[in-house]
Write a protein that binds this ligand. Sequence first.
Ligand code: ZN
Ligand code: ZN
Length: 358
Amino acid sequence: MKRRIAGLRSRFSSLRIDAFLVTNPPHLRYLSGFSGSNGAGFVSMRSMHFFTDGRYSSQVKKELSGGWKIHVSPSSDTMFTMIRNAGVVKAGTRVGIDGNTLSYEEFRTLKKMLPGVKFLPKAGMIEDLASVKDRSEIRSIRKAVAITDRTFSEILPLIKPGVRELDIAAEISYRQRRHGAERDAFDTIVASGPRSALPHGQASSRKIGRGEFVTLDFGCVVDGYHSDMTRTVAVGRIGAREKRIYALVLEAQTRAVEAVRAGVRTKDLDAVARTIIRKGGFDRYFRHSLGHGIGLQIHEAPRISVQSRSVLKAGQVITVEPGIYVSPLGGVRIEDDVVVTDDGGTVLTRSTKELITL
Ligand code: ZN
Ligand code: ZN
């Protein structure tokens, strides 16, 4: 934690702030270890204060590390009332806040309570810091990925005509927890037949039919860290056009994974996959970004898209997930989790990417 706090403080001067008010729960967890849902952290160059309510009084003592001074609300005081009453934020201080997650109402309250303090939105700052993972973070992601891989191999025999998408999603959730996950990483996507053309087709009561694609996109959480994997399988025989789409997505995904390396611009990585799909004549049908960072959040920095301006850094963990969606024919997406290193990418996901026909 100390190294992370030091990383945060090292950015103060270039951002022209004196302190940072951390309110986004995954960022709080990153900087303190606190896994509860209600808390706030105030970090200046010299001090660190952590605020939470009475429900977390024992948890906060157990989880916090890095040298925080803990304040537990005695009553129903809001976090901001506590911060004001603690008197830790001096008038005239320039305090960075996360404009992406702090609501406008919270911002107004803050300004009202601490009138002499200047609050400056510095969205993405902690996210950028947290995008580079240390060894213990990568270990947690590896564990989550391994559970997801194992679950995938176990549920394959259950995917057959007549089974509802929701039943598959329930099995995924059950097995991931049985294998050690805290929870699902997000609402599992099980999209069959024409629904596989929906990039975000959450499991429905639709029954899987013969001769269809089924896209499964799921993951789990271990120590707060997420895995995220997509595989598309065929149930029974599929047509030549579907096979062509699958082969194209597989090629785009494989080439993009091979292109992962520290120093590569994320938009260039996106272009590797997008160019292959365009040359195959399907670029109209690939309408989302290539991937995203994973960590304490399921979607975090870096974003890997046409518009993104970031450059891959060693230690980032990203997804590579191109897809082609042709309605009502069906869709294919393939997604792996990859650690960025100085000389390439280490693929964490082990499940086969060859077309599985059930
Ligand atoms: Zn996914
Ligand atoms: Zn993803």
